[in-house]
Design a protein around this ligand. Structure first.
Ligand code: PA5
Length: 425
């Protein structure tokens, strides 16, 4: 489902990707035998296979939540971005899912919260509150504020039908609170970190509520698992990608920009940024992660990419078969001068823009790794998520980093809690 075209990167490489095979073999064994740094958090590796047992209960609860008008999904970071990525990737633009999915707890904007509370106040509302730790400030505040409204509107029994918590199996404030109130709970396994949790109930429940086929998402992930089961670099595309980005990093390319020519990739970009940025950016190491949507951003970032400092490489996700297409028709007067495109489809023009940009950026000394994703479907979404997760683990281990912790994230929290007067800070 994902193929790699190395034509726009190979001319830049010093060395041969095959030279990395022994390192890759070693790390592949570390991942599968759980012997590397952070090995307590490798539960996501088998998730495409282990999650199948839970799909009936996820679907059952999703069917119940589907009767409401709006599902508020509360969460941040890994408890938010996977769902958002899935919805954005799979959605039909300009068409609302039923129920509508809205998000909270991914920021602390008072304006956003007040507008959200106003928006839902006359609607038939359900909530999926997601937090592995159960103590993260942003979703905890959002849940409290939203529940203040919902408790005014619904009885305790009604709330038990409408509220579902996805959290730890035994710890944390959210676990305690939802147990005390009798809300349904889904478990985020101990050994699955937030940014690796999209294929758990964290992502699958809200995506099922939005009407997407979560079995197909999981089947796609299982396919990616199979395709990544061999460490052989001539077969394993995830590892090819990981090694290529490592080689470019070693050669002084310190910034990776993920770019696509389809707007439904916007939140896959955001999810990917968290996955790689939070996994690799430690010990003064790691690529800086950025993203763009072309051709839109060719009219903003394009100038820098072409002629700015030469520390960037790009990873392009090309979607081979667009979901929809349209042909450009001939016009008699040709006042806009576009008749040279008559008979061509818009996707053809988009692809030529991509090919032209690859050539231009290569001339500008910007290497490009091109990943071809088959289509836009539930299966390709599941495949892509797992593809990048396993590539990220390989990448982080290549620079000798624990891919599964995020010690640096605590610093801002410590200062914020001091400023807020939280007890113990
Ligand atoms: O990847 C991670 O672990 C983080 O981004 C978390 O997902 C994020 O901080 C939210 O944490 P929690 O799910 O505990 O509320």
């Amino acid at each position: 489902m994902i193929k790699l075209n190395d034509a726009y990167v190979t001319p830049f490489l010093k060395g041969n990707i095959r030279d990395f095979q022994p390192f890759v073999d070693n790390i592949h064994n570390m991942i599968h035998n759980k012997t590397g740094k952070g090995s307590d958090f490798l539960g996501w590796v088998e998730l495409p296979n282990t999650i199948t047992d839970q799909l009936p209960s996820i679907q059952k609860v999703a069917n119940r939540l589907k009767q409401y008008d709006v599902l508020v999904v509360i969460g941040i970071g890994g408890s938010y971005l996977g769902t958002k990525a899935g919805l954005n990737f799979l959605e039909t633009p300009f068409k609302q899912t039923k129920p509508e999915i809205v998000f909270a707890g991914h920021n602390m904007s008072s304006t956003y919260m007040v507008e959200l509370l106003n928006y839902i106040k006359n609607k038939n509302v359900a909530v999926n509150v997601i937090s592995k730790s159960g103590t993260t400030t942003e979703p905890a505040i959002a849940f409290r504020l939203i529940m203040d409204q919902l408790k005014e509107r619904y009885s305790k029994e009604e709330l038990q039908s409408r509220i579902v918590a996805t959290t730890d199996q035994a710890r944390g404030a959210l676990y305690q609170l939802s147990k005390a109130e009798g809300y349904d709970q889904f478990v985020i396994p101990d050994d699955v970190g937030g940014r690796y949790s999209v294929l758990s109930p964290v992502g699958l429940l809200p995506l099922a509520v939005a009407g997407y086929d979560v079995e197909k998402i999981v089947q796609g992930a299982q396919q990616a698992y199979q395709d990544a089961s061999s460490s052989d670099l001539s077969k394993n595309v995830s590892y090819q990608y990981a090694v290529l980005r490592y080689m470019l990093y070693q050669q002084g390319k310190k910034i990776e920009m993920l770019a696509s020519y389809e707007p439904n990739m916007q939140y896959v970009n955001e999810w990917w940024k968290q996955l790689f940025g939070e996994s690799e950016g430690k010990e003064n190491k790691g690529l800086f992660i950025s993203s763009a949507l072309f051709s839109t951003d060719l009219h903003s970032l394009g100038q820098y990419i072409q002629e700015g400092e030469r520390h960037i490489f790009e990873t392009i996700i090309h979607i081979d078969t667009p979901t929809k297409d349209i042909e450009i028709q001939k016009q008699d007067n040709d006042l806009d001068g576009l008749n040279y495109l008559a008979g061509k489809t818009l996707s053809y023009v988009n692809t030529k823009a991509e090919e032209g940009t690859l050539m231009a950026h290569q001339e500008g000394q910007v290497p490009n790794i091109v990943l071809h994703l088959e289509n836009v479907s539930e299966a390709s979404f599941g495949y892509m998520m797992y593809f990048f997760e396993i590539a990220c683990a390989m990448s982080a281990y290549l620079i000798d980093i624990n891919p599964f912790d995020q010690p640096g994230v605590e610093s801002y929290k410590k200062h914020m809690f001091q400023l807020l007067g939280k007890p113990g800070y």
